[in-house]
Write a protein of this length. Sequence first.
Length: 942
Amino acid sequence: MEAVFTLILIIGVIPFILLCVITSKVSSVQNLLYRLETRQSQQQQQIETLLATVQQASDQASAEKSSDLSEARLDDQAKAQADSSHVSAAEQKITDKASRDINVDNAAAANQDSSTELEFNSVEESVNDDDSESVQQDTAAATVQPEPPVHAEDATQAEAVAQPAWLTKLTEHMKENWMVWLGGFCIAISGIFLVRHSIENDILSPAGRITVAILTGFAFHGAAYFLVRKTGVKHASFATLAGAGSTTIYAGLLAGFHLYDLFSVNLGFVLLALVACATMWLSLFYGSALSAIGILGAYLVPALIGSNSEPNLVLLVYSALVSFSALGVLRYVYHHWLWFGTLAGALLWWLVSLSSESLILYSALYLAVIGYGMLAIPNRDWLLQQRFQYPLPQLSVTSFVAYAKESRRDWSIRKSTLLSFILLIMANAITFAVTEQPSINILAMLALLAVIAPASRWREDFTPLPWLVLLLHLTIAAYPIIIDRLVEPSYMNDFFVPAYAWWLAWSGMACLLCLSAWWNYKQQRLPFVGAALLTSAPLLLLTLAYFATAASNAPWALISLMIGMAYLLLANKVVHNTVHKPLAVWLFIGGHLAYSLAAFIYFNQASFTFALALQIASIAWVIKRFELPSLHWLLKITAFIVLFRLTLLNWLDESPSFTWLVISYAGSTIAAAFGSRLLSQYSEIKAWIEGVTMHLLVLTLWIMSRYFIYQGDAYAVSFSAIEATLNLCLFGAMAMVYDYRSQFTTRLRKIYQLYGFALLAASLLSYAVILFSLLLSNDWLVSAIDSRPVFNILLLGFAGPVALSLVALKYYRPEWRRYSAALFALSSFVFVNIELRHLWQGSIDLTLPMIQGELYSYSAAWLLAAIITILWGSPRYGRWCYLGGMGLLTLVIFKLFIIDLKGLEGLLRVASFMGLGLSLLALAYLHKKLTVKGVAESESSA
């Protein structure tokens, strides 16, 4: 028993607190009106004082000049008349402003809306500012004393009223309306206590107790109505009294149902619903406060009645009727909290309905019905043909602000409706996601869309909503397909449904989306959005239907190909019409997408990649033929997909054939190169496609080399020494090609340089791996080089860096020339020595013992390199080259006296020392001669 009374007490207190919070603001508005009237009376007194002062000044001026000439007297009279007329004009101006303020005050008091307080604050400030300015100007013109300034206290108070903090605002409400709060609370509690007292003391029969409680509630309503009619004022206290009456009736009905079983479930359901709806409609008479109690009570009725059974269809019907009743109230009085409270209640019982499998079928229809009611009922737009005053493409900040000021109610409803439909679409998508029954999936996709599609014809703000419906449902439908096909093949196999079901879903959604898109496009509202939806929706839904069925590939590919051909033929007809250019662009896009889909469905991986690459050339031809550079983004997306597939294709096919590689890589490279040639007049797009072509060329050369290295397994998970040498040369060469190509473009220069730097880093990394393996005599490198002299892998692995660094020294970035020279010297030294090692030993294994002829050949080679560096390199490349040659010569001398003296014997030792001596003498002579010759040439030229 105590629990039941506690429940009744809570049900009575919560609506009352919500009522008092809202009604307190109404009282604040009335206080504000009183302050405005007081301020206006003060201004009227100031005007009368001003008129008296001006009249006195005019009389005094006339008396002083009465003895002057007649012409002066006439002038004075004219001046007095001018002053009087000026003051009269000022009086008339301020009087008009005061009358306008009174009209605005009366309108605001009738609405009794919480937002009216802010509006009146702005009106009060603007009127005060305008009146003060007008009075000061008129006073200066009449040469009288100015108006006394406003007190600092009033200014501070006005500022606090205009922009109050939430805590200050709450404190003010409590101070001004504490009687309303306390009085209404006491009345509501008294009704509940009346029911409890009658039960505890067994005063009446159960039916009598409930009857007395209900009659008490009606008495409160009657008293509130009588007071409103008697006083002619809809005060907040009267609305609070009516709210207490509804709370008492709620308590009586709940007690009769829960305690005494006086009503059946259906009858109690109906009675509580009637009280809630009646309370909402009474808010039109008493004010918006009662609607809060009505909404809260109406949506809580099913929960208060309580039932152990699952939710049924009656629950959704009841929720829809309550929502329609609340929307009917919104037709006359709009409030944000009332709108979103209705939406929250409707979505609450939709969420409850999802717990029952039998109701999921109706929940999609329920959302569509709620959406239709939100569009039709508040604005009486039963055919969903309401237009927006300013079309979206023509909206500017000025027109938007002007419209918002002119009709705040319409704009608020429009914003709330748009946000509400976004929430309804999300709820519809959740309904689509929680069931796997094809019929329900189809209904969930079509139900709400059937409302949005015709509404978007006239409502510009609804134009993007069909896109939202399409993308949400496609994402949810594609998720289990992706899981089943790619991630976990045993997951959600039941998702796949017969083909006819998806044909029905695809056809219905495609028709509705295309109808909506065509309507929007004909209205010329966001034409690109309408054209995009018109062409893309059928293809996206066709893709989903194909993946969700187990049908053969040929029919789906044929349908997609036919759609693509129809798109391209239609695009060719409308492309020359400037009005339909957005449609032509998207028809070309849709045609290419349909062609790609057909190729994907029918062909294998290699053929699909090549078919997709052919579209690079096809789109380039369309851009050139019809002068449509706006298609550049489609060209870039297509090229990116091709690059992505060819770069990461190894996880799709483990052992591709040679024909597969040629078609996929070489064919795509040729198609991209042909597309870049077609775009010669569009330099920016051409530069982008040329970069794609170069990237495809690198991939082609790299994958073909791997195919031959690993004997047909191009995607082998391995990294051999031969591949390292090929990567060294290939990546290094392409790095310099990219850097050279960056000199002929501006927008893509950074991209070219970045990619070139990445390739250069990969090349140097490969070279570092080779050198490190050489120093360790790793079998990974040693075994890869056969005993054949000269013509072996050493030419790529060690002569390749020499050639690349030499080219970089001449053509690569000038600021990096020093590093190129250092790399050239290092790679040349390594190549000469490793070739000598291989010629003498037949291997590059550094652990093998060195023979005397090999030891002498190193000295001879180093000495020759030092002489060439000093005599030929230093005059051309300066001091650093000379120092390098001298360092190498020092190394030769050190080797001769430390190593050769001990390691060589006989004639080899003699030849070594004799050769070094003769070389040093010749080097000294030639170096001096060349130096003197250079000085003489410089002096003669000077």
